[in-house]
Design a protein around this ligand. Structure first.
Ligand code: EPZ
Length: 418
């Protein structure tokens, strides 16, 4: 397993280009299963999760071409298999996203319980309940699911919880049905909307009203060309790095509209920045102030995936911050590693951490337990005096393209050791 060696305590400077949105690329790759025509995806992040999902599609029979970096051409004309290979399904949560399209096109799907970040139990009830409401028959045997979908039963379903991937799976499942089918209590994240935009390009008519989508699908959907939206979680991550390290960094190729809530909290903490059309420029901010509570929520609230970097930032702010991630019971379990670096954090319960700052951080030997904790530890190591080692770099590679190269371009002392 490769690891990062980081020498922290330096001011960084320069600009960083934000990659395509991981959580938009993944459902859009799955959506190519809905058509036999060629689909061209641009601005795709070159990250492990994308590569594994593409491997799953190839295993099912898809043809995948990679004409240039960040561009993939996928054609699922020859797809006939409906069983997802266990070893690949276990590598990432988003393997679940092929279930909807397989049920739509082949009326059946088989897979083992998906893998993914160890940030919580991560049930898939929201998906299975929704598919059953739509008329699917799903057998579960020790974490192995066999689904078949004789015919569409309901024209309106309610998601048991506002699940991002369950919303995406349902949009894809009904995209080949004339409908209309309404999905209520749905997620509204930018990446869900990007998938809806692609399904629209393929020929489905999708309208969104409040937390509901109504889909009028078509028996035959066409191929598409689509540029994946930029990744607001990655943009937020680099924004927090700039503020926490007191650096002058411009975050480019991003969509500030999708950063609004993150910027509200950074501003309240005293961050100095200028918002441009596709960029945000950060200036060294002194005397950061803690905000009393930082809590995640459904879009447009603060995304849960930015909680881990915010915890690191809170260690550099003056005062007490309560961070509350009610969505994942394992999200905060990396705080012990920040305490080892000198942070003053009390884990009140699996969902709440109390951070008292500011505290000087010092380098330590660390390991990234999950994707977002991993990048948070990188931020902490860059802010810390001395050298840190972050093992299990694979977790970070799952979601951040060429992270060490982009950090080095900002002046960071980071190297990967295999
Ligand atoms: C997606 O996961 C993302 N993954 C996750 O990003 C992200 O953390 C999550 O949405 C929330 O935004 C992809 O898009 C591939 P959920 P998903 O079903 O769909 C609970 C990353 O780091 N919950 O939206 O699996 C729910 O039970 C990954 O990029 C409620 O309790 O997540 C689950 O435990 C990690 N009540 C958690 O929240 C609700 O009303 C997330 O739910 C809604 C959700």
């Amino acid at each position: 397993m490769s690891k990062f060696i980081i020498k922290g305590g330096k001011k960084l400077s320069g600009s960083v280009r934000i990659s395509g949105n991981k959580n938009a690329a993944l459902p859009i790759i799955a959506a190519t299963l809905l058509t036999s025509e060629k689909c061209r995806l641009e601005n795709v992040p070159e990250i492990k999760d994308v590569h594994v999902l593409l491997e799953i599609l190839e295993n099912l029979g898809a043809e995948v071409a990679h004409p240039e970096n960040n561009v993939y051409e996928i054609q699922c004309a020859e797809v006939s298999k409906t069983k997802v290979p266990d070893d690949l399904a276990k590598k990432l949560r988003s393997s679940l996203l092929v279930m909807g399209p397989l049920l739509a096109r082949f009326k059946k799907a088989e897979m083992v319980h998906p893998g993914g970040c160890v940030i919580g139990r991560r049930p898939i009830d929201a998906h299975l309940d929704a598919f059953r409401d739509l008329g699917a028959e799903i057998k579960e045997d020790q974490g192995y699911y066999t689904a078949k979908w004789p015919k569409l039963k309901e024209q309106k379903i309610f998601l048991g919880e506002t699940s991002v991937t369950a919303t995406e799976n349902c949009l894809m499942a009904v995209a080949l049905e004339e409908g209309p089918v309404t999905i209520k209590h749905a997620a509204l994240e930018p990446h869900v909307k990007d998938l809806a935009e692609v399904l629209g390009k393929m020929g489905a008519k999708i309208t969104n009203e409040g937390a509901s989508y109504t889909v009028e699908g078509k028996k035959e959907l066409s191929g598409f060309t689509h540029r994946i939206i930029s990744d607001h979680i990655e943009a937020g991550t680099f924004s927090i790095l700039a503020v926490a390290s007191g650096s002058e960094i411009t975050v480019t190729d991003c969509n500030p509209e999708n950063l609004e809530m993150i910027l509200v909290f950074l501003k309240r903490m005293g961050a100095k920045f200028e918002i441009g059309e596709h960029q945000v420029k950060f200036f060294p901010s002194k005397d950061l102030q803690a905000v009393r509570k930082i809590e995640c929520g459904m879009w447009p609230s603060l995304p849960t995936d930015i909680m881990s970097p915010f915890i690191v930032l809170a260690t550099q702010a003056k005062g007490d911050t309560l961070v509350h991630d009610w969505m994942f019971e394992g999200r905060l379990f990396f705080t012990d590693k920040l305490i080892k670096m000198g942070a003053n954090i009390t884990l009140c319960d699996p969902h709440r951490a109390l951070i008292v700052g500011p505290t000087a951080l010092h380098g330590a030997k660390l390991e990234s337990p999950d994707l977002r904790a991993g990048i948070a530890l990188v931020i902490a190591a860059l802010c810390a005096e001395g050298e840190s080692e972050i093992d299990n770099a694979y977790q970070i590679d799952r979601g951040y393209e060429n992270i060490e190269g982009r950090l080095r371009d900002l002046g960071a002392e980071i190297e990967r050791v295999n």
